[in-house]
Design a binder for this molecule. Structure first.
Ligand SMILES: Nc1ncnc2c1ncn2[C@@H]1O[C@H](COP(=O)(O)OP(=O)(O)OP(=O)(O)O)[C@@H](O)[C@H]1O
Ligand SMILES: [Mg+2]
Length: 285
């Protein structure tokens, strides 16, 4: 494992018929790091998440989690070992309340093993940390998009993850919800040492939140570095941020994160065995 990365993929290649979705992609995320993954529509971001989370087996390359080669491990195994994700299109269980979505995500984990009361208590703590305490008994289908996304994030935190993959978590959120999301993610990384990899088209949000950004274009890593360096990269501006824009004025930028963090107390770091929720099949457009 290079540079202390908890999640590392190298040489990743995926083809869909004649479409080369990913080619020789390498990415690594360290504990406590919030890494952004950006790029144009169709760049391969969700496909890479599917490979990292085990939903799609790559044609080439390896994925390592905490030093172990997990390339052939199924999603549930990776989830049990601390990898959690959210989906570009929400994948909450519609027949269950928001709180029950969290409880089922604790399956096999230490909070569930602590008994039903502890399990519910933990779910309530996480929901409160995500600003969803009032919605514990609501059904996902009744929630506005932003709150549904926040509920999916809460489910990913139901057992403390060591690696969290977020696919467009801020999409459809209000400015206040984005601020809360950023607060939760920051605290998770800083206090719990969780490694976060975040796909988002709101470049302002990504640049404010992430300490490092990887740019994918046409299935390949186009650039990588700290936000200032990536913003200034002419190839990135040409491919994604919009030609003719100066650093900090990217064409798809919609504003920063804001400062509306919330208390996320109670989100604790667990051991490797964190119990898994089977990742639903990808809903790929
Ligand atoms: N199941 C599939 N079958 C065929 N082609 C696919 C499939 N899934 C993805 N693709 C293609 O692979 C490429 C990468 O798609 P992907 O969804 O990973 O991009 P993305 O970067 O997540 O885009 P977006 O920003 O629009 O979500 C695209 O050309 C897409 O059309
Ligand atoms: Mg996508």
């Amino acid at each position: 494992m290079s540079g202390g990365a908890v999640l590392e993929a190298s040489g990743i290649g995926v083809r869909f018929g004649g479409v080369r979705a990913l080619h020789d992609v390498r990415i690594a995320v360290r504990p406590g790091e919030i890494c952004g993954l950006i790029g144009p529509n169709g760049a391969g971001k969700t496909t890479l998440f599917d490979v990292l989370s085990g939903i799609r087996r790559p044609d080439r390359g390896r994925v390592r989690l905490a030093g172990s080669d997990v390339t052939l491990r199924p999603p549930a195994w990776r989830a049990r070992h601390g990898m959690r994700r959210t989906f570009q299109r929400q994948q909450l269980f519609g027949q269950l309340t928001v709180a029950d979505n969290l409880v089922v995500a604790q399956e096999g984990g230490r909070w569930r093993r602590g008994g039903a009361a502890r399990s519910r208590e933990r779910a309530a703590e996480v929901l409160a940390a995500c600003g969803l305490a009032e919605l514990a008994g609501a059904y996902p289908g009744t929630l506005p998009v932003g709150l549904g996304r926040m509920a999916e994030l809460a489910r990913a935190l139901a057992e403390p993850p060591r690696v969290l993959l977020l696919d467009e978590p801020a999409s459809g959120m209000t400015a206040a919800e984005r601020g809360r999301l950023a607060g939760v993610v920051r605290r998770l990384a800083a206090d719990e040492g969780c490694a976060v990899l975040l796909v988002e088209h709101d470049v302002g949000f990504v640049m404010d939140l992430c300490s490092r950004v990887v740019v994918l274009d046409l299935g390949q890593v186009l650039a990588e570095g700290d936000p200032a360096r990536v913003r200034a990269d002419p190839a990135v501006r040409e491919a994604y941020l919009g030609a003719g824009t100066g650093p900090g004025t990217g064409g798809v930028e919609t504003g920063g994160v804001g400062t509306g963090g919330v208390e996320t107390g109670g989100v604790e770091t667990g051991g490797v065995e964190t119990g898994g929720v089977e990742c639903a099949p990808p809903d790929i457009r």
